[in-house]
Design a binder for this molecule. Sequence first.
Ligand code: NAD
Length: 494
Amino acid sequence: MKQITHWINGAPSTMKSERSGDIFNPATGHITGNVAFADAATVDLAVDAATAAFTTWRHSSLTKRTQVLFAFRELVQQNKEKIAALITDEHGKVLSDAAGEVTRGLEVVEFACGIPHLLKGGFSEEVSTGVDVYSIRQALGPVAIISPFNFPAMVPMWFFPVAIACGNTVVVKPSEKDPSATMFMAQLWKEAGLPDGVFNVVHGDKVAVDALLTHPGIKSVSFVGSTPIARYVYETGTKTGKRVQALGGAKNHMVVLPDADLELAADAAINAGFGSAGERCMAISAIVAVEPIASALVARIKSRMANIKTGDGTQGVDMGPLVTQVHRDKVASYIEAGAKAGATLVVDGRALEIAGDGFWLGPTLFDNVTPDMSIYKEEIFGPVLSVIRVDSYEAALALVNSHEYGNGTAIFTNDGGAARRYQNEVEVGMVGINVPIPVPMAYYSFGGWKNSLFGDSHAHGTEGVHFFTRGKVVTSRWLDPSHGGINLGFPQND
Ligand code: NAD
């Protein structure tokens, strides 16, 4: 049984924790470890370490920071398979998917390696005679990063490379369901030469989160998780004067216009609907089929679903288990509710049988879903696809825009003009055109609209640099040496 404790000031914490949580292997249903839960006193220690480290890290040269980032990048690259194995073991997603998330996280590290360029300020000469104005961006101090279970490596990596590159120190609170990837990366930071105290990890639940949200030493909070908690984190953190970006839940729509390539659209629906068992904030969960193609599309998706192999993520399958038994049962209850509400249950994932105690649920497809049903209105976060039939592009757009979430969306069409209208008219933060999971690259920023994001900064990219720094503008007037400066041969005033 592994015992996971906090990482404070460059070493595992020796503090005794009164509370702790079980870690499961979702494919077997067995408990594989235990993770200590931080109380307020433990959070204090982590913030103290981050505060002390900030006094020197903020003055480390851009060259030094870049060297550490490059070394960390190499170490993560070398250990990608080990990190992926840790993820699969605690989250359940298939190994290739786990390795994929490490790669996406690495791209943010690579982006942060360009920090000398990203932190360049502006300069205006002679705003008034003999007066210059310039801008600089400075680190905030110790910052908190609170992450969800579904991307235990990538989501913390959306934030900490940029935060550290900007000269901040961090306290990460990973999901208590799969904490090992973050702990492994803490060791890699140390190996990369990051000074102790710059990167700290505390584990736990609401107690640890509340201690971070109210701690006066924490200057900003980057949160990713479900919408009710994101809203709470935003409100609580901003009330105590912190800068907060809180990314929430999603209900991503894929609009399929009548002229779309239906084979491409069906492949996309399978990958984006059932990849990582639908436990992705960019998963497609609602397919808006613009008639007359709905039946043809449903038939294509259904036939492909028969080929999805579900099983232990280490065994070369397509889809793993759900993260916990509680979550598996919650997703199954949505299937029950959808069928009761009158949607057509085309494929019922509850029929899947796999021996053992894993948290299994097969891919599920509903047709004839209507906007009043809970399976349409709410985020399910499981392998459940709903098809909603509409008659026109306008009806599809109105449906997407009336949903409370606005994280990602996709449109499938061969009409460039229709795609262009959609990208302009849709009220969603990330849009894919014939691409089902439009995940921006590290040098663009990631984030949704409406109830998918509280705050105004998206993650990583230049918005990340902006979030993790404060602007300062300096107005300077240096008098000519003739006014009493050192004598360089200029005429002197009397
Ligand atoms: P969650 O909201 O349950 O947990 C997120 C974090 O908050 C965890 O670290 C958890 O320990 C903590 N937490 C849980 N309950 C809390 C409480 N009452 N008070 C304070 N902190 C609390 O989310 P999850 O189940 O881990 O992750 C899935 C959710 O995350 C989904 O809704 C998904 O859409 C969302 N998500 C969003 C994005 C995005 O970019 N918008 C990305 C990934 C995941």
